[in-house]
Design a protein around this ligand. Structure first.
Ligand SMILES: Cc1cc2nc3c(=O)[nH]c(=O)nc-3n(C[C@H](O)[C@H](O)[C@H](O)COP(=O)(O)OP(=O)(O)OC[C@H]3O[C@@H](n4cnc5c(N)ncnc54)[C@H](O)[C@@H]3O)c2cc1C
Length: 555
């Protein structure tokens, strides 16, 4: 169908989530004209269950983190065997996230050398190269942390103390100490004092419904206000259906205004994809055209492959004393990375973090907290509740899953979204290595809990695959950056090997997934890519630089 209007810009960014927000703001700081297209709209967190007696029940019954279950017109369906949690709106999945803010460790950038299993490759950059961009990004978000973690390179202070761990953090921390294991209070992208229009966390515990105070650093309250102030043209309800290419160069994109149904065309000197690790490969595959029969940037067949989600299990522990874990941030309180590095004598490669999380409120506790353990109804209910509610700690095993080529996103032309565009199809199998890793990790979670105190009851999810509701909130790796045009989709500057003025700056560009939450790393990578684009704008546009991994002069 023909487009009804045309616009022109320097850089077109697709997707207004974590990666798209960071890149739009950073480019516009440098005076570059940016248009960003987002299929969703602005979202007010109060639209989701909050602040009334039945909010927890409403969150379970009338709302869902999975687009497939919500089926809002701005979402797209995902077929296959996974149940990814995503959000379509200004801020993307950060509108739902918990703000846990660990960084990848130096070893994460060298996994090809460390073990190379299933074709795992080294990143084309090191932790040290990325470190300045982590720091820039942390300052934009005002990350709360306690400095001095002995298990990680130094991270800067300056944006407030760590969020409170409370009695729960103290108990589990004492357990780790007893065992002599590494542990540290978690970094969180959650304000512990006011900053501009954002208010400090008041410990209300509603984090995963979206924060009504702006305490959690979702992209709508951090990057977007400043990007708009810089003059970025953010268009909402704008669903991109195709990246356009002429003579090997991206010329812009065609989008559908979801409200009017009309098509528009944007011409741009550079196109940046940030539609997440399912949306970006979907759009690249949908953009097959003359000269690119298998989709854009896909001459080596790598687009959509190496999907990662983190291998995972959650364990609930109930102790013989009150811990009040329902107060405070609904996320990581502390973590242990004692078993982070590969030790093949354990029978698997890679490692895991033990993430200590807070508890849910009364309704969720009765309905099964994290692992599905329900309070009995009838005469035993009161006793169960008295012995469980407020006495609970969550320990999650968050493992690094292997980047397996057959775990991938393809197109399903039999199912379409509300604009008639084909759905992505996800195929993901838990690798035996990852299953062994999580099973072993669970024994360590158990050991930590027993060292911490008198455990009176336990429940577990066991190793979770993606046909179940969780995990599926960390979606990574489907357009990985790498070292050669054969092993990856982009070079170390997030520039696709095939189309030199096409960049990818969301979680799909992560080469490996590490054993920690990914957003601090994907945003640091996005900020770095924006610096490169700013620095070499004329060369990229004139194509006097072909994609390679040479260092940019004076970067
Ligand atoms: C419940 C939950 C809890 C989480 N907790 C944490 C946490 O504590 N710490 C952490 O680090 N991470 C967490 N995450 C993950 C984090 O939210 C993601 O890593 C991050 O948002 C991914 O960023 P992205 O840029 O790749 O994509 P997104 O943030 O998902 O943004 C992609 C955007 O692109 C838009 N889009 C897609 N297709 C199109 C199209 N065709 N046209 C126009 N727009 C399009 C989408 O609507 C979306 O807004 C959590 C996620 C969930 C769901």
């Amino acid at each position: 169908m023909r487009a009804t209007s045309r616009d022109e810009t320097d850089v077109l960014v697709i997707g207004a989530g974590a990666g798209g927000a960071a890149v739009s703001k950073r480019l516009s700081d440098g005076g570059i004209r940016v248009i960003c297209l987002e299929q969703g709209d602005w979202v007010n967190p109060m639209e989701r269950p909050h602040m009334y007696d039945s909010w927890e029940l409403e969150r379970v019954r009338s709302w869902d983190w999975r687009g497939n279950v919500r089926q809002a017109p701005e979402d797209y369906p995902v077929t296959g065997n996974a149940a990814p949690m995503m959000m379509s709106g200004v801020g993307g999945a950060t509108l739902l996230y918990a703000g846990a803010w660990p960084r990848f460790k130096p070893v994460d950038f060298r996994k090809g050398t460390e073990h190379g299993v299933e074709g795992t490759i080294d990143w084309p950059i090191s932790y040290e190269e990325l470190e300045p961009f982590y720091t820039i990004n942390d300052a934009e978000l005002a990350v709360a942390r306690r400095v001095g973690d002995p298990g990680n390179p130094p991270r800067p202070d300056g944006w407030g103390p760590a969020t409170k761990g409370g009695s729960l953090g103290n108990l589990v921390g004492a357990g780790f100490n007893k065992l002599g294991w590494h542990w540290w209070p978690a970094d969180n992208a959650i304000l512990t004092h006011d900053r501009e229009a954002r208010l400090a966390c008041n410990d209300c515990g509603f984090c995963l419904s979206g924060c009504t105070r702006g305490s959690i650093a979702s992209a709508d309250v951090t990057y977007w206000p400043r990007a708009l102030n810089n003059g970025v043209d953010l268009r909402t309800n704008a669903r991109v259906e195709r990246i356009n290419v002429r003579a090997g160069k991206a010329t812009g994109a065609t989008y559908i205004d979801r409200l009017s149904g009309q098509r528009h065309e944007i011409t741009a000197k550079i196109v940046v994809m940030a539609a997440n690790a399912i949306g970006t490969p979907r759009l690249l595959l949908m953009s097959a055209q003359a000269g690119h029969p298998d989709g854009l940037a896909n001459s080596n067949g790598m687009v959509g492959r190496h999907l990662m989600f983190h291998s995972w299990a959650a364990d609930d522990f109930w102790f013989d004393r009150p811990l009040e874990g329902f107060k405070g941030v609904e996320t990581a309180v502390a973590y242990s990375q004692q078993f982070y590095n590969t030790d093949s004598s354990r029978g698997f490669v890679n490692g895991f973090s033990l993430q200590v999380g807070t508890s849910l409120g009364a309704a969720n506790s009765a309905l099964g907290t994290n692992t599905g353990r329900r309070a009995p109804w009838g005469k035993d209910h009161r006793d169960y509740f008295a012995n469980h509610f407020g006495r609970h700690a969550l320990i999650q095993v968050q493992g690094e899953d292997l980047p397996v080529a057959t775990n991938r996103v393809t197109l399903d032309r039999d199912v379409v979204d509300s604009s008639g565009l084909p759905a992505p199809h996800v195929h993901y199998e838990v690798h035996d290595n990852d299953r062994r890793l999580v099973e072993w990790g669970r024994t360590k979670a158990l050991e930590a809990a027993h060292a911490a105190g008198n455990v009176v009851d336990t429940a577990t999810t066991g190793v979770r695959g993606l046909s179940e509701p969780a995990p599926g909130w960390h979606i990574m790796g489907t357009c990985r950056m790498g070292n050669t045009p054969e092993d990856s989709v982009t070079n170390k500057w997030n520039q696709t090997w095939d189309v030199p003025n096409l960049f990818i700056t969301d979680a799909s560009s992560l080469t490996t997934g590490a054993a920690v939450n990914p957003t601090s790393t994907l945003q640091a990578v996005a900020v770095r890519a924006a610096e490169y684009i700013k620095h070499r704008f004329t060369d990229i546009v004139s194509q006097s630089v072909t994609p390679g991994n040479a260092d940019a002069p004076t970067m």
